[in-house]
Design a binder for this molecule. Structure first.
Ligand code: NAD
Length: 465
């Protein structure tokens, strides 16, 4: 049994029974049976169920908001008016993508033979999600896999399972075969039971880089496909010609959204030395306007961190940090696990505060001299997920962004995403794309059907062309 705690006041909100690890095999078996039906559904049939799901999610907005806000502490308006409509848009996109899976080419590639390429689903996908965006992550995991014709067993993070459980209920109500989307609850042991179960054909995880390694190791014996969306430590590169006020507003939003508990959060601001002092001041001013507060108060910009332990962890990073604290730097007194939005200037590139993923509302500023140094510093962490470049010179912004080892670069902004655009990283941030047609492709395989159309005596084409 896991007791869910409201991070905004530290009080228990619900008790959720954990799935026993030995039970996972039976869940996977049911998923396999559901897969046999869903595999043969037409793209149009799959799309209709996903579109009905999107409508049901829309109709359930109040309940989903209550559950998500109670477990994460994020501002209700941020979820109800931002993340939830986005997740609904994702579902509608995946419904459309189900009908346009590529790979349906055909041709005479070898004399006497007609080749047909078809995309087929993989089977049962075991998905594991984190606590920072529980509902969106469940949609990003289940949506493309279901659109491609797979069955999904998903394990949400132990602190935040209820919106994922609700998604599965709504999916069943949308007319999906029984057992096509199932949820198992619990921690790493249940996650490993899913990853290693022989009935699971592919595993997909969003979580820390360490968890990605553990999942990949667990998938080795079964030679399973893995899809890994892991940690991040996004740089923002600020050039001398950047509009500093806009930059400060955008970078601070990027650093504090979801209280910085975001794999794409702006965490390291590298600033051209000629404007370093001014830029640090602009960042401090923008940070001073961010209002942490009760998630149900309309004026709250950010909520608490997820737990007391995580707040201590974030505080530990700040206490050990190189450089000087320009703003914040302490927990906020009172009930709940709040932490002050924090800016640390003059941090040392090789130090922990610059290199490690903090997952809190903490921004570090470092000066640079010239484009080459900016690029070198930006690429100098184990991660490679997101980044932004701030400059009035489009050519420079493009030139620099092509040199960054990351999955996404924003120019003069930081964070926006779209259902059509793939999201995913390189290096320690993993591989595999969420959202977009690419995600649907990843949950499917190409099969080649080669059909002999030549008369029986024409056998030349057995030789390689
Ligand atoms: P976490 O790695 O602790 O847990 C993620 C999930 O994995 C949870 O469901 C957890 O129970 C499960 N898990 C943990 N150890 C496991 C194991 N050995 N085997 C199987 N399952 C295991 O991460 P978290 O603290 O929940 O989330 C924060 C992390 O997620 C951060 O590192 C963040 O950057 C990352 N994240 C990445 C993206 C992305 O798209 N790249 C998006 C959101 C979050």
């Amino acid at each position: 049994m896991t007791t869910l705690i409201n991070p905004a006041d530290g009080r228990p909100v619900a008790e959720i029974p954990d799935t026993r690890a030995e039970k996972v095999a039976a869940v996977v078996q049911t998923a396999r049976e559901a897969f046999e039906q869903w595999r043969d559904a037409t793209p149009g049939e799959r799309a209709r169920v996903l579109l009905r799901l999107a409508d049901l999610v829309e109709g359930d907005a109040e309940e989903l908001t209550r559950l998500e806000v109670e477990e994460t502490g994020k501002p209700a308006a941020v979820f109800r008016d931002g993340e939830l409509p986005f997740a609904i848009d994702n579902l509608r996109f995946f419904a459309g993508a189900a009908r346009s899976l590529e790979g349906t080419g055909a041709g005479v590639l070898s004399k006497g033979y007609t080749s047909v390429l078809v995309r087929r689903p993989i089977g049962v996908v075991g998905s594991i999600s984190p606590w920072n965006f529980p509902f969106i992550m469940a949609v990003w995991k289940a949506g493309p896999a279901l659109a491609a014709g797979n069955a999904v067993v998903i394990k949400p993070a132990p602190r935040t399972p209820r919106t994922t459980l609700r998604l599965a209920e709504l999916f069943a109500a949308a007319g999906a075969p029984d057992g096509l989307l199932q949820v198992v609850t619990g921690g790493a042991d249940v996650g490993q039971a899913l990853v290693t179960d022989p009935g699971v054909d592919m595993v997909s995880v969003t979580g820390s880089t360490e968890t990605g390694r553990a999942v990949m190791r667990g998938a080795v014996d079964g030679l399973k496909r893995v899809h890994l969306e892991l940690g991040g430590k996004a740089p923002a590169l600020v050039f001398a010609d950047a509009a500093l006020e806009d930059m400060a507003a955008g970078v601070v939003m990027g650093a504090t959204y979801n209280t910085g508990q975001d794999c794409t959060a702006a965490t390291r601001v590298y600033i051209d030395r000629s404007r370093y002092g001014e830029a640090v001041e602009a960042l401090r001013d923008a940070l001073s306007r961010v209002r942490p507060g009760d998630p149900w108060e309309p004026g709250s910009d950010i909520g608490p961190l997820i737990s007391a332990a995580h707040r201590d962890r974030v505080d530990g990073f700040v206490r050990r940090a190189s450089g000087r604290v320009v703003w914040g730097g302490t927990p906020i007194d009172g009930p709940g696990f709040y932490y002050a939005p924090t800016l640390i200037a003059d941090a040392d590139q090789s130090s922990e505060i610059v290199q490690a993923e903090i997952f809190g509302p903490v921004l570090v500023a470092v000066p640079f001299d010239g484009e080459d140094e900016a690029v070198r510093l930006a690429n100098d962490t184990p991660y490679g997920l997101a980044s932004s470049v701030w400059s009035a010179d489009v050519s420079r912004a493009l030139r620099v962004s092509h040199r960054l080892d990351v999955g996404v670069t924003w120019v003069n902004d930081h964070l926006p995403i779209a259902s059509e655009a793939p999201h995913g990283g390189v290096k320690g941030s993993g591989f595999g794309k969420d959202m977009s047609q690419e995600a649907v492709q990843e949950y499917s395989v190409t099969r080649h059907l080669m059909i002999k159309h030549a008369a029986p005596q024409a056998r030349d084409s057995f030789r390689p062309a």
